[in-house]
Design a protein around this ligand. Sequence first.
Ligand code: ARG
Length: 441
Amino acid sequence: MSKDKSNSNQMWGGRFEDKPSDIMEQINASIGVDKRMWRQDIRGSLAHCEMLVKQGIIKDTDGKAIMDGLNQIAGEIERGEFEFKTALEDIHMNIESRLREIIGDAAGRLHTARSRNDQVATDFRLWTREAIDSIVKDIEELQDVIARLCKDHAGSIMPGFTHLQAAQPITLAKHLDAYFQMLERDKGRFKDAQKRLNESPLGSAALAGTPYPIDREYTAEKLGFDRPTANTLDGVSARDFATEFLFCAAQTGLHLSRLAEEIILWATPQFGFIRLSDAWSTGSSIMPQKKNPDAAELVRGKTGRLNGNLIQMMTVLKGLPLAYNKDLQEDKESTFDSFDAISLCIKATTGMLDTATFNTDRMLAAAEDGYTTATALADWCVMKLDLPFRDAHHVTGAIVKMAENKGVKLHELELSDMQAVNGAITDEIYSVLKVENAVNR
Ligand code: ARG
């Protein structure tokens, strides 16, 4: 091992003689993941720098040089000219190191009254806040498509299911609206999580705060936070905003997976309720007749990683002592992954539904084939013949069995057949036996 001190880390290597081993560097580095937060990191640094100048903690001239340098770096990263270095660990030190190359020693003043601990917590909250805005927008686009389909299919009759058995006739609009409602709650959960995370950890420094006369309210406001976090230890080590975000994503994924499962079922020739457009289907390399709903299957399958990411983050936090521990660096990869996955799932579902066609004849036939008006028949016996519901249920069961034996639909039975089961039945009963009437009721 070399004892050449110039090998040690230029940011924190003051008391180090040797450079880290290759594997140490590899396990320690997060740049491959956190470079994605470069915009938030620069934004946070600009706000911090402005505050340092305003409070007289650093000189105007240094502040100006730092801010110009940071803006130049933003341009370099934007244009793909920035070289991210693993030896510099993370996005924070990569940017600061480049700042030193550009403006020299004044770069070292940026980190006054700040630690990477409050810096990373600030960046990550900013990133998650924006991620939520983007997801909410995607959810609303999906809801728009569902709302349009509900309007188009307000009169399209289909069987409603329990136990995946045809149960009662409903409309496609009512069925799809159930997903609209789920998405509305998902959206509310995301917005709620966003409200809670919108506090600024900046100024917490390493954990205990800092003796410089900083202005936390100022940086909080600059960065669009509602207020500074109340406790500095909590500020640097809280990641429940990440677990909440991951739960919201997982829950949305669960809802989409239920819809995906129905699309998959409905697209089978056996159901034949829905036809996906070519743009949202794939073919089989061996079976030419096939048109597969791969996008829906992947939306269903992505729940694996969405749920997994939530468990990963919760497990990282379990039993972690205050305040910052490097374990916390494991917070971003899963969060970014869940954001990518859920965004893709929402967009794919939107695309599939927007271009799908529904076979309303098939749906109506399935509603009629399944004796789905049997409950309406039982209710008629209660309301018109004053039978107790349990007795009406028996009468109806006998009538359904009769229709089954004759191979006819309920409304195709003769009145005399039904009167053989219960003599009080009149021809008024036909008013509820057609699925359209049952749906209207
Ligand atoms: N890359 C680190 C992370 O993502 C930044 C904070 C490092 N802090 C420290 N005390 N080593 O968590």
